[in-house]
Design a protein around this ligand. Structure first.
Ligand SMILES: O=C(O)CCC(=O)C(=O)O
Length: 229
């Protein structure tokens, strides 16, 4: 398949894995997806500090997600990505849509145990740098660790690209996006060749919409089951 011949594998330490697939979708598909995102009812948006988001597929919960049918425009991409084998044969059933204006971002975080340990992201509208951090060391009495000292590397995600993070990259490292309006690319951006960029290049951020597509294994199929233990 066209998509598979373009991927790049990055290996770090034990086995953190990232696949960066440029031009996973066409410009027409990008416009269509953006149109669908902005056509969604206003009530679908949740405003957070530094970004707003739409949650599709249900709210992940330790006792199980009350699954909601995904709209066709998202289901199509869930199936397309799942057919690459990203979720060990399962089909993605959950999508978070995040919108970041220039200067907005997301604090370093882990995605937690409610998801299959693979996260896939389609970027729309603008590039961003996704930054990776070492987890807080549990060493007692160690000097406090700053965000800066825990920073490891970044990935440049261009519009229309697909990023697949698996294994340690998902389970051990934290990821975040700094609230910058411009990025100067350095050697710390480890996928520059794959993303068709050069060190020293400066990129201005526009509004980026990301589709974070995942598989939530524990799903409650009907409301009737909610009261059961
Ligand atoms: O926008 C992105 O690419 C990252 C989103 C993210 O980390 C999240 O929603 O947990």
């Amino acid at each position: 398949k066209k998509i598979l011949c373009k991927f790049v594998t990055l290996k770090f330490e034990a086995s953190p894995t990232a696949y960066y697939i440029p031009d996973f979708i066409s410009e027409d598909e990008e416009s269509y997806l953006l149109q669908q995102v902005y056509r969604s009812p206003k009530t679908k948006w949740t405003q957070l500090s530094g970004r707003r988001l739409q949650n599709w597929g249900g709210l992940p919960h330790p006792k199980g997600m009350l699954g909601e049918r995904l709209p066709d425009w998202l289901q199509t991409y869930c199936e397309k990505i799942s057919s690459l084998g990203a979720f060990s044969g399962k089909t993605a059933n959950h999508v978070l849509v995040n919108e970041y204006k220039p200067g907005e971002g997301i604090m370093p975080h882990e995605d937690g145990p409610l998801y299959h340990p693979t996260v896939t992201t389609i970027s729309l509208g603008s590039h961003t740098l996704l930054d990776f951090y070492a987890p807080l060391s549990s060493t007692e009495g160690a000097t406090p660790q700053t965000e800066e000292s825990r920073f490891l590397f970044s990935l440049l995600v261009r519009p229309r690209s697909l990023l697949i993070l698996q294994d340690e990259m998902y389970q051990r490292l934290l990821h975040g996006i700094q609230g910058h309006e411009r990025d100067t690319l350095t050697e710390k951006v480890v996928n520059l060749p794959a993303a068709g960029a050069q060190p020293g290049e400066e990129l201005s951020r526009g509004t980026r919409v990301s589709l974070t597509i995942r598989h939530v294994p524990k799903v409650i199929k009907t409301k009737l089951m909610l009261g059961r233990r």
